[in-house]
Design a protein around this ligand. Structure first.
Ligand SMILES: Cc1cc2nc3c(=O)[nH]c(=O)nc-3n(C[C@H](O)[C@H](O)[C@H](O)COP(=O)(O)OP(=O)(O)OC[C@H]3O[C@@H](n4cnc5c(N)ncnc54)[C@H](O)[C@@H]3O)c2cc1C
Length: 465
């Protein structure tokens, strides 16, 4: 079957869109410039350690993700995180346990009495967001400065590589801001959802797979109905009457295709370069999306050399702690077979908006800095026997500034180009969960258009020439 849709970019965004389309009987081709599909996500087994280049785990509350994993027959390969594992945060130079339930939060040593009293008045604070409100403004307004400085700063920097003063609250905390809009209060909204409506959306499964996150990407790439051309880079696109002409290079040779539906699942700067010749304003809007460099350093070390109990998922670091790392995952505690027997695998997240210069440093320099941060916190005495560093110069899009307004302007310009869709991690969330969800939404739109066109025209007319 000839493809009806071309997707440029074979990361999780492109692959999930392709998979949802294939589920609806739409044939898809993917052009991926790298020699393999998967984009930033890659799992690497070496010396008995299984490490991740990018996403280390999937935090899920969406039925679409469950459906995909079931249909791909991956449930038996799924490794769930033990929900009893502790979550830690660095507080006064120590790892401090963060309770996950409200009553325990109120008795925790993490916050002062005024901060706890401030938390208790949250339900009585009126709504008050302004357009483009930052995470810092939102959290300070609803929960107080101390919660921002100790917890939310660590979350936004550690998991999103972003700056809470610049990141737009509605873009990076959509569920929290929706609770305020809907119920007028975060705590009341959580209570109503959890206790009254018994919503699953408040609980999440966190998991990876036997062979790491890449197992999901490989299963998607090998699905029927998806044809992937690796080593193929799109270099130019042009809109024609009712199709798109896409030119590219495959292993040094020119290639070209005409296709009714085109999806760009590339980073924003690549999409900008491809679209600029047709719409300079769209090109500039995309080029203006900032990315942070992000690195991950994996250290393998004898468990006996770590005195802190490895009884948690790892820890996050708020900026006032001035440590070289933004967060650390205890991968060998989270999932089985990540390290050889008797060893622990600790994965530290580096760079981001806090330390963009870090990615220029050598592996040796980085290892020294990471160990200097980890040693006092985890009481590490020995030396690591395994070190692996991955650097992503364009690691994560930042969702800074009036981001929703930017995306709305991008969407309105794309709407004027029938048959074009943008679906990558600068729209709708960076997590694997949201990429899968957004993939389904994009696929639904395309399938609806294709079926509508098929009803209105002779089918031959919409197939690739
Ligand atoms: C260090 C790190 C840790 C992370 N941890 C987590 C985590 O634990 N959990 C989680 O849910 N998320 C995590 N994320 C986020 C998540 O991994 C990414 O947001 C997601 O993988 C991005 O997918 P994507 O398909 O949008 O982009 P990419 O993976 O960047 O894919 C884009 C693809 O487009 C291709 N391409 C570019 N230009 C062209 C062209 N002209 N022609 C053809 N192909 C082209 C590229 O080669 C690439 O394969 C992490 C990210 C990083 C960097």
């Amino acid at each position: 079957m000839k493809p009806q849709v071309l997707i440029v970019g074979g990361g999780i965004s492109g692959l999930s869109t392709a998979w949802w389309l294939a589920q609806q009987g739409v044939a898809v081709e993917i052009w991926e410039s790298a020699p393999r599909a998967g984009g930033k996500i890659r799992s690497h087994r070496e010396d008995g350690y299984l490490t991740e280049d990018a996403a280390a785990l999937l935090v899920n509350f969406r039925p679409q993700v469950d459906q995909m994993i079931t249909d791909l027959a991956l449930n038996r390969h799924k490794h769930l995180r033990d929900e009893n594992l502790k979550r830690y945060i660095v507080h006064h130079d120590r790892l401090t346990h963060v309770p996950m339930l409200l009553p325990a939060l109120l008795t925790s040593s993490l916050w002062s009495l005024p901060a706890k009293l401030r938390l208790m008045v949250e339900p009585f604070i009126p709504r008050g967001a302004h357009t483009g409100e930052s995470v810092s403004e939102f959290i300070r307004r609803r929960l107080g400065r101390e919660i921002l400085d100790t917890a939310m700063d660590a979350f936004v920097s550690g998991t999103l590589a972003s700056d809470p003063d610049l990141a737009e609250a509605q873009s990076v905390l959509p569920r929290l801001t929706a609770l305020e809009q809907r119920y007028g209060s975060l705590s009341m909204g959580m209570f109503i959802n959890r206790v009254v409506k018994r919503r699953r959306a408040n609980t999440a499964d966190t998991f990876s797979f036997t062979k790491g996150m890449e197992q999901l990407l490989q299963a998607l790439a090998n699905s029927p109905g998806i044809h992937i051309r690796t080593g193929t880079t799109a270099t130019r696109i042009q809109q024609e009457e009712d199709s798109w002409q896409v030119q590219g290079e495959t292993h040094g040779s020119p290639t070209e295709v005409r296709i009714p539906q085109l999806v760009l699942s590339t980073p924003a700067d690549t999409s900008s370069q491809l679209l600029y010749p047709m719409d300079a304003e769209l090109g500039e809007l995309l080029a203006g999306i900032e990315y942070a460099p992000v690195g991950v350093m994996h250290l393998g070390i004898a468990s006996s050399a770590i005195q802190h109990r490895l009884d948690g998922t790892g820890f996050l670091v708020a900026r006032h702690n001035r440590l070289a790392i933004n967060g650390n995952l205890w991968m060998s505690t989270l999932f089985p077979h990540r390290a050889p027997p008797g060893k622990a695998l600790l994965s530290s997240y580096l760079g981001g908006v806090r330390h963009p210069e870090q990615l220029q440093k050598s592996d040796e320099q980085l290892a020294d800095e990471v160990l200097d941060s980890l040693r006092p916190l985890m009481k590490i005495t020995g030396q690591p026997d395994y070190i692996r560093v991955r650097r992503h110069l364009q690691g994560l899009p930042l969702y800074h500034g009036q981001y929703r307004a930017r995306l709305a302007r991008i969407a309105s310009r794309v709407q004027a180009m029938p048959g074009l869709e943008l679906n990558a991690n600068y729209i709708g969330g960076v997590s694997v969960r949201e990429r899968i969800y957004q993939g389904q939404r994009t696929a639904q739109d395309i399938a609806a258009r294709l079926h509508c066109n098929t009803r209105n025209r002779h089918p031959q007319q919409i197939l690739v020439s």
